[in-house]
Design a protein around this ligand. Sequence first.
Ligand SMILES: [Cu+2]
Length: 239
Amino acid sequence: MRRTLVPSALALILVAGLATRAAAYEAMAVTDGGTLSGTVKFQGTAPPPAKLEVTKDPEVCGKEKTSPDLVVGSDGALANVVVTVKAQKGKKLEPPAQNPTFDQKTCEYKPHVLAFPAGSTVDVLNSDGILHNIHTFGTANPPSNQAQPKFKPKIQVKVEKPETIQVKCDVHGWMSAWWVSTDQPYVAVTDASGAFKITDLPPGDYEVELWQEKLGKKTEKVSIKPKEDTKVAWSMTKS
Ligand SMILES: [Cu+2]
């Protein structure tokens, strides 16, 4: 019995593997697109922001830092949530005309979460005039590990593959950020008021993934109507 079971089990695994492979995103003209806009809030009482000790260059960095890994405004506004509409087709995915910029200022990354289409080149700036070392921890993309002394105001890093990548500084251990390289264009990051907006969506029903580095993932559902703005008020909390 066992001998005959093994090949059929193998065949099942192969079939399951093929069936779960995600379909590639398909570009098409969007003429009657709708908008998804709204806010994400932290549900419940937010923990006080963690304090990070500054161990180097306090004259530029300051004496103490507030951790950027969970930024909640006074009314619960949740910043730095990556909102991804799981669209299979829609407007073309292409790198922006202007490279996304990623600055190092008072030993913090600006912005803390940067989303861009795969294939983009990130302009890494150093506004501080001191040595930083930008280090990306991708797996689909080769890691980039480059010193950026004050005489190098700009480094360019091309990110070919879709992936969420942590970025750290090897000089200042508290510096951390995320690059979100996407395989489709319907992605936004919430601002300090928890707001986001995604336009030109082909009408239809979608799953929307929310991701925040400390809170993890959450899935919502929306229905997008032609030329209408669908407004949502979502929340996330610690699981
Ligand atoms: Cu640094």
